[in-house]
Design a binder for this molecule. Structure first.
Ligand SMILES: Cc1cc2nc3c(=O)[nH]c(=O)nc-3n(C[C@H](O)[C@H](O)[C@H](O)COP(=O)(O)OP(=O)(O)OC[C@H]3O[C@@H](n4cnc5c(N)ncnc54)[C@H](O)[C@@H]3O)c2cc1C
Length: 450
């Protein structure tokens, strides 16, 4: 074991970003990855026809996600532009047995887009209650806000009931939990970070050819990366960290001067820390809340939605919650609609078989667009809570959890650093995973210089 050695658990964007920076700084890096592929929740599916690709996991790279964009450039990957996540021309709703453009007043009796803008404005106001989104717990009203759930706040807003329903779906889609299980402090923190100006929304991108080209490219720079290596035990000691992993049928132990834990805490719960984790970290690992999400991706031989003046984006009270066009950054006849279902509906769809889940998504779209199912070429689906090395969508703070766990998330556990989409201010995003990995690497490099 050298003084400058690091074992990294998990080859998602967090673990790989850390490995890349440490390797370039001259450290000996070993990456242990449980799956037979790298990328974790960045997982591009390629079984569609005509070379089409759809993202099973992390999809949108916002224009302010500068680390992701810089890495893509560094590895010569091209980005395809898509519209903003918050709203686009041609957005539809399907509520209370009606379906059509949000702006269609003859259908809804009101302009739903304008009504929804009231929710965005209210969100911007809410964000003003968090002075520093990178340190939400020291604000004067932090505990009070954290004790509340986001549904209470939604229900007090002066907007049309359908706009409030749409906002519930926004929470289910962006945070993948039910609003009653989502801390109002974290909603306010996110509002301060991303929603302070409701008059301009950022554009977003996907990597042409698949987002997972990026983790694969980074992994190609890390020679000591082991796939199918499931970490089962970690012991943090004063001078080193000992990590045991299972590879096929045998167990192996390695020692390093430092370690980075870059796995979702839902799977960290299954690792034996040999009582070496500080109590606050063990509590965090055991307790923090996560959301649930499923995707069903349906390839059609014709982008029939464009003929209807629909851009593919739909918010609905039907069981699939949300849809979008997964191929709107590409030209072509064939196109893929993704049904994205988070929160309780996502948990419910996760309990079904892949076939049943796909059938529901197809039938919802068929109901809204009769004849569309005859155009289907291929389908794919993934329920992330069922993935043994993920078991969640991403972290979603329940009431009181921000004030309980925030500090531990950002404090190293001795020689073990936490990284991952949960251990960052930019939580829930690929960008956040990269930020956490780069920060963990920097902390280790700096600690060796002290
Ligand atoms: C459906 C979905 C949609 C999303 N959409 C977006 C989006 O549009 N934009 C965006 O920016 N983000 C999005 N995200 C979030 C984004 O994908 C994640 O924040 C990010 O990829 C997480 O990276 P990570 O490195 O923290 O974790 P992961 O990618 O989960 O990596 C952890 C790695 O650890 C491995 N591992 C687990 N247990 C062990 C073990 N015991 N031993 C060894 N290895 C282990 C796993 O196999 C995995 O490879 C989405 C996520 C999902 C699920």
């Amino acid at each position: 074991m050298s003084d400058k050695s690091v074992v990294i658990i998990g080859a998602g964007m967090a673990g790989l970003s850390a490995a890349y920076d440490l390797k370039r700084a001259g450290w000996h890096v070993t990456v242990l990855e449980a799956r037979s592929r790298v990328g974790g929740r960045v997982y591009s599916l390629r079984d569609f026809s005509n070379g089409l690709v759809a993202e099973g996991g992390g999809e949108y790279i916002d224009e302010h996600h500068t680390r992701m964009i810089a890495l893509a450039k560094q590895f010569n990957l091209s980005l395809g532009k898509v519209g903003s996540w918050q709203g686009q021309n041609g957005d539809w709703g399907a509520y209370e047995n009606k379906a059509g453009r949000l702006t269609d007043e003859s259908l809804w009796g009101i302009n739903l887009e304008t009504e929804f803008e009231k929710m965005w404005s209210a969100l911007a106001e809410l964000g003003k209650q968090v002075a520093d989104p990178s340190n939400p717990v020291d604000g004067l009203n932090a505990r009070e806000l954290d004790a509340k759930n986001s549904l209470e706040w939604i229900n007090t807003q002066d907007a049309h009931p359908l706009a409030r329903k749409m906002f519930v779906n926004h929470i289910r889609s962006e945070f993948t939990c039910e609003p009653e299980n989502f801390s109002l402090l974290d909603l306010a923190r996110n509002a301060a970070l991303y929603y302070s100006d409701p008059s301009s929304w950022p554009a977003a991108y996907r990597i042409i050819g698949g987002n997972d080209l990026l983790p694969r490219a980074i992994a190609s720079q890390i020679p000591d990366l082991h796939l199918n290596a499931v970490v089962t035990s970690i012991n943090i000691q004063p001078e080193q960290v000992t990590v045991t992993y299972k590879h096929v049928d045998s167990f192996h132990t390695i020692r390093a001067s430092h370690a980075i834990l870059a796995v979702p805490l839902t799977v960290a719960r299954m690792i034996d820390f040999n009582s070496s984790l500080p109590a606050a970290h063990q509590k965090l690992v055991n307790e923090i809340s996560y959301g649930a999400v499923t995707k069903v991706m349906i390839e059609y031989r014709k982008r029939f939605w464009l003929e209807k003046g629909w851009n593919g984006r739909l918010s609905t009270d039907l069981p699939i919650v949300y849809t979008w066009d997964a191929t709107n950054h590409l030209e072509g006849h064939h196109g893929i609609l993704t049904a994205y279902t988070g929160g309780m509906p996502g948990a419910e769809l996760s309990r079904l078989s892949d076939e049943e889940r796909t059938k529901i998504a197809v039938s919802v779209i068929e109901k809204l667009f009769p004849g569309s199912s005859e155009l289907i070429v291929h389908t794919a689906t993934i329920a992330w809570v069922n993935e043994p090395f993920t078991r969640c969508s991403y972290m979603a703070y329940a009431p009181n959890e921000v004030t309980t766990h925030w500090k531990a998330l950002f404090t190293p556990a001795g020689r073990l650093q936490f990284a991952g989409e949960h251990a960052t201010v930019i939580q829930g995003f690929m960008e956040g995973a990269v930020e956490s990995g780069q920060r963990a690497a920097k902390n280790i490099i700096m600690s060796a210089q002290e």
